[in-house]
Every structure is written in C-alpha cells, then in structure tokens.
Design a protein around this ligand. Structure first.
Ligand code: SAH
Ligand code: F3S
Length: 481
C-alpha cells in the first residue's frame, strides 16, 4: 500500500510546463515526498520561468537541475542521495549543469549538504524560493549558494503556480504552510517551520483561476488543514492577546471550505491532511451542507494505543478518536476515511500493536498509508526515546497492519458493487487504453470503458465488480452537475 503514495504522486517524474517564449535556459525539476512538495515545485518553476528557464524532461540537456526533497523517513532521504549519484554521472557529459537541492532535506542538512555531496551547488529551504533569482546569480558567478531561513509569514500567496504538467483536471492549492503540532516522531515542524495560514482572498483567486482554466477538482493542502485560521497573517502565537474583534473577523477552516465550495459549486473540493485533534464538528457540517465537498477524510491516527499516542504527543486518546469517527458516521454516513499508521514506535508493546489492529477493526478504513517507525535526527522522539523495537518486529507488525488494511479496503470497495456512483474522469487507465480512470467522491479509483466520454467529465458509473483498490464498471450517462 505504501506503493500507492508513490504511484499517486509520480515520485521523481520531471515536471514539464509549457515553454515561455524567449526563455533559453533549461530547467529539470523533480519532486519527492508529499503533495506539498509537488505543489511547491510548481511555484519554483513559475519563479524560474521569469528568470529565463523553460522546463525539460532530459537531464542530459539541463542547465539547472533542481530536486525537491523529503526527509520524513530515512528511506526518503536515501532515494534522494541515489538521485544525486545519477546527476553526478550525467554531469560528466554535461559539465555546465548546476544542481540545487530544495525542500525538507535542504532545510535539515543546510550547508552540510555542500560538504557531503560535491555535486550540489545550491541549497534552498521551503520558505526561501523567492530568493532563487539571487541564489542563481551567486551560482552563475561560481559560488555555492545557501538560503534555509524559515519565515513566519511566507505563504507564496502572491505567486500563481504554472500547472501545465498535470492532468488538467485535478489541482492542489496550498492553504497553510508549516506545522505547530510537534508530534514527537516528525521532522516536518523543523524542516517546514511554524504554521502560517494563507489569505483566503488569494486562495479564492487561485481557485477561481483554476476553474476558469477548466479544472474540475481542487484539493486544499496543508500539513494540518483543520487548524487553518486567518486573522491577518503571521503566527498564531503572536495573537495570543488578540481582541475579540480580531477573532470575530477571523476565517476558520470550516468557513474557508464553505467560501470555496460556494464560489465554485460545480467543482469538487477536497482537503488534506486532518489531524484528529484539530478537526471540529463544523467542518463535518460544512461537508454535509455542500454537495461538492467530497465525502472523504484523511484522518491519520498513527497508533491505536492511548499510551503510544501520548508518547507521540498526539493530543487525543483512542476513545476520543472513536468519538470523532462516530460523529463522522453520524453526520456523513457515506464518508470514506483513510489512515496513516506507524509500526514499531519506541516502547510499543505487543498489546499496543493489538490496540492498533483493534482500532482498525472498529473504523474499517477505506485505505491507508503505513510505515515502519524511522528515527529522525533532532526530533523529540530521537532525543528522549531509544529506537528499541527490532527491525524484524517492526516489519512483522507493519505486515499485519497492511494485511488487515487490505481486508478492509476489499470490504469497502465491495460495498460499491451494484451501486451507481459519480466519477470524475482524470486520465486513461494504466491497464488499458480503451478505459478511463477516475475517482468517486470517496476517493476510490474507478475504471470503465471510454465510450464518448473525456477527461474532466463527471460521469455516473454502474459498479459491477471490484478489486481491493479499484471499482470496475460501465458509464450510464453524465452526472447532473
Ligand atoms: N500532517 C502531515 C503528516 C506528514 S507526514 C500530512 O500532511 O500528511 C505523513 C505521515 O508520515 C505521517 O502521518 C506519519 O504516519 C508518517 N511519518 C512521519 N514521520 C515518521 C517517522 N519518523 N517514521 C515513520 N513514519 C513517519
Ligand atoms: Fe508532522 Fe504531526 Fe505536523 S505528523 S506534520 S508534526 S501534525
């Protein structure tokens, strides 16, 4: 199932945008990790389009190679190291090529990167992309360049990302940056800095712009979307003594959802990610009220054991999570729910692991992203807890979690058989060029014969069969959207 993430996010595939006339330099940019990185790369490509760069898919002809990196697990960092080896090999035939590292590894390793990896000319953290023109100037003059300064107000709200690399149907719009939650295992608060919310006005403008370009589905993106709060910019902590007036005029996540959903009633709205501790009931009511907000919640829990949740600094118990699940089922009966799980967090006992399995049994998630614990330098868990679960045990527990998830996914897809569901067509099916692939509001992939439909169409599909991850059916007409 971990594979699924990789598939969805096209890890490491070079982003290609429409060429801008007059640009002569060639940029090869590829991304690893979360959706936010992919979204950031579009911002970077947009900044560089104004610096004379057009994108290329050929590493061999690039003047500038940028890799947007992920630090979330050790494996993610190893993947990037391997890519740097590849760049090294290519540089032998293309000596003019410059290499820049972006994203979380850049932020985590800072100038150490320049010492550890000779191929790297430039290190740029996630809040410093607007400095790229200056940094490039340095590099062109033969100096190494580093900017890893984190910001308390940068949201790139004023940059409109160029998105011609995608399917033209679905797009991401970032609404917050950074994270203040400090889960003890997680490197994100260190690499992406403090949480900032983006001005709702600039969010709406981007959404309207995407709609006018024919996009049909928008995912509002943030590490922790439910804590979105706009009261004029800056960090929340600076507003501790904020007057009631400020609070009264603030925009919450539920309100933002409603604004976006009402502004574009014919466009599907999704959001990711929700941390259970920050999700409020008004979000569920907003979802119930607006048909175009998809009934799907990615609600990572990480563990089913209250003791482990505490060690992880997740601010809820197992029971509180169940209450939230019950609320979702009550307000949104057909809502799909997915999880992230970590197997083998320090001190995790067999009983804790059983708690995770029994929690899964209660929720029966539609799908999930499951990982072995990977100690990240500098995090609270790394400093305070010994990584004491043997690799073999982590692996076995992970496999048990994955096996149970597969059973539940199969159960969930089976529930759709015999029903007719709305599918937004995104692209050709990977398995057959005679079939379209799209997703239901619940985010389940559906595949069916093309007939005369096309990507971007909302189609009603009768589901006749399924696998544990995919619905198989036949289109019976357009949706009444
Ligand atoms: N709120 C974020 C979470 C980012 S990390 C979001 O937008 O999704 C994504 C997932 O990676 C986490 O939910 C967690 O399950 C996993 N993860 C994070 N740090 C990890 C670590 N040190 N080891 C293993 N998995 C980790
Ligand atoms: Fe990481 Fe927890 Fe934030 S998983 S991104 S610190 S909500």
């Amino acid at each position: 199932m971990e594979e699924k993430i990789i598939e969805e996010h096209k890890q490491g595939e070079a982003l290609v945008l429409e060429a801008k006339e007059g640009n002569t330099k060639k940029l090869f940019i590829e991304s690893y990790g979360c959706q936010m990185n992919f979204s950031d790369s579009e911002i970077v490509a947009s900044i560089l389009a104004n610096q004379g760069y057009n994108t290329t898919q050929k590493l061999e002809e690039a003047d500038l190679v940028l890799v947007n990196t992920c630090s979330i697990r050790d494996k993610a960092e190893q993947t990037v190291r391997k890519r740097l080896e590849k760049y090294n090999a290519v540089k032998k035939t293309n000596p003019k090529m410059k290499v820049g590292v972006l994203g979380c590894m850049a932020e985590r390793l800072k100038s150490k990167f320049l010492e550890e990896e000779k191929i790297v000319d430039m290190v740029v953290g996630p809040d410093a992309y607007k400095d790229l023109p200056n940094l490039l100037q340095e590099v062109e003059e033969g100096r190494d360049a580093v900017n890893v300064i984190l910001s308390k107000d940068e949201t790139y709200g004023d940059i409109s990302p160029v998105r011609l690399g995608g399917n033209g149907v679905t797009a991401f719009v970032s609404i917050t940056r950074g994270c203040d939650n400090m889960c003890t295992f997680c490197v994100v608060p260190f690499t992406r800095g403090r949480e900032r919310s983006r001005d709702p006005q600039s969010i709406i403008e981007e959404v309207n712009d995407l709609a006018s370009k024919g996009y049909k589905e928008i995912t509002l993106l943030g590490q922790n979307v439910d804590s979105y709060l706009w009261y004029g910019g800056g960090l929340k902590k600076d507003f501790k003594n904020a007057s009631e007036i400020q609070k009264a005029t603030a925009t919450t996540f539920a309100q933002l959802l409603e604004i976006v959903a009402s502004a574009q009633p014919n466009i599907r709205i999704r959001f990711s990610t929700s941390n259970p501790q920050d999700m409020t009931e008004d979000v569920l009511h907003a979802m119930a009220k607006h048909n175009n907000i998809c009934n799907y919640i990615h609600l990572p829990v990480q563990s089913g054991s209250t003791r482990i949740l505490q060690e992880m600094n997740r601010q809820h118990t197992r029971e509180e999570y169940f209450q939230l699940i019950d609320k979702i089922r009550e307000i949104l009966p057909d809502c799909a729910i997915s999880q992230d799980m970590i197997a083998g967090f320090p001190t995790e006992t067999e009983a804790d692991h059983q708690d995770t399995l029994s929690l899964m049994e209660y929720v029966k998630y539609d799908f999930g992203f499951m990982f072995m614990y990977s100690e990240r330098p500098g995090t609270m868990a790394a400093r305070k807890l010994e990584d004491d679960i043997p690799e073999e045990t982590k692996k076995r527990r992970l496999n048990e979690i994955i096996a149970l998830q597969q059973k539940h996914s199969a159960y969930r897809t089976q529930q759709f058989v015999g029903k007719t569901v709305e599918v937004l067509i995104e692209k050709e099916s990977k398995k057959s060029d005679a079939e379209w692939s799209g997703r239901t509001p619940q985010n389940t992939v559906a595949v069916f014969p093309k007939e005369n439909y096309k990507p971007g169409d909302f189609v009603m599909v009768r589901i006749d069969d399924c696998t544990s991850t995919t619905l198989l059916g036949e289109a019976v007409g357009y949706s009444e959207k």
